[in-house]
Write a protein that binds this ligand. Structure first.
Ligand SMILES: [Zn+2]
Length: 308
């Protein structure tokens, strides 16, 4: 897989050719599964299987170590420089057995490793985790209750019930995250303290998109509900794959119509405006702008740098 240094939000980047035109062909997939050049990433219950250096175990060559025979589901992730990359789900095994099959010493969440992984490696592990998680939750048809079976290399599931045949696609749950600026001087942005977060833990406001809403509708509704503010000039900033388990974070900037804030007290317990100098002082005092892998950090970092 490519490992160039493109600046992308963690977990994205399109590192693999997903080969959508090929993965629906069972004969082509069978050929890739028989190809000694193909590799398979083992995962166990949403976790990467890692070696003693806490990096994901070297992808096994297909057929090696009995991984495919032991897996509950094997999915095709894509092609890396022409080489097929699969992920195998060992969740049905006890942890020790999964570790032995993979030659791993530990099973660790990719978010705990992200600081030490290359962008491509983190993205592919997260992609594998999200796709395998979806399969584990979709074994039965929600319409008729019959079993479902994977197709298209693991990018669909089909109901086996007679007269039903419903086709299921991996579900993505979009959420919006907003950097809200105050209108006028001084230039300030709105941060919130969420219920359950620490006393001095501030982050951007965010929320899930509901059915029947555009992304911009969701931005306006969430800000009205959680902070009691109306906004104008809602502008898209970028997005981030967030397969934990099925998210897509969509980042926006908006300008508040007024600076009076009224939090909902449920999800958000406090919200207040910060100047760039205040945020820089926090960073200097060792308070990071969100986790290293979060879109919070991108949105706040670009605002601090005066960039859109
Ligand atoms: Zn069905």
């Amino acid at each position: 897989m490519r490992t160039d240094d493109r600046v992308v939000a963690a977990y994205g980047g399109g590192w693999l050719d997903r080969a959508a035109a090929l993965r629906g062909d069972p004969a082509w997939l069978a050929g890739r599964l028989a190809d000694p050049e193909s590799v398979v990433l083992p995962l166990w219950r949403d976790r990467c299987l890692v070696d003693a250096g806490r990096t994901p175990v070297r992808p096994a060559v297909v057929g090696a170590a009995g991984l495919l025979a032991a897996a509950d589901e094997t999915v095709f992730l894509g092609l890396a420089e022409g080489r097929a990359v699969f992920a195998a789900d060992l969740s049905g095994r006890a942890e020790g057995e999964a570790r032995d099959l993979a030659g791993a010493v530990e099973a660790v969440d990719v978010r705990a490793l992200v600081g030490g992984l290359g962008a491509a490696e983190a993205a592919v592990q997260a992609y594998a985790k999200g796709l395998l998680h979806w399969h584990r939750g979709q074994r039965f048809c929600g319409a008729c209750g019959a079993a479902t079976v994977a197709g298209a290399g693991g990018h669909t599931r089909a109901c086996t019930g007679g007269g039903c045949g419903r086709l299921l696609f991996p579900r993505i749950e979009p959420a919006v995250i907003m950097l809200v600026e105050a209108s006028g001087e001084p230039e300030r942005c709105l941060l919130a303290r969420h219920r359950g977060a620490g006393e001095d833990s501030w982050s951007l406001l965010a929320g899930f998109v509901e059915i029947g809403e555009s992304l911009e509708d969701a931005v306006r509704r969430e800000l009205a509900e959680e902070a009691g503010i109306a906004v104008r000039g809602v502008v898209y900033q970028g997005s981030q794959a967030w397969p934990f388990p099925a998210g897509l974070m969509v980042g926006f900037r908006a300008t508040a119509a007024s600076t009076e804030v009224r939090v909902d007290g449920a999800e958000v317990v406090e919200a207040r405006w910060f100047t760039r100098d205040e945020l820089r002082a926090r960073v200097a005092a060792g308070r990071p702008l969100g986790r290293i892998d979060s879109i919070d950090r991108h949105l706040l970092g670009s605002w601090l740098d005066g960039r859109s």
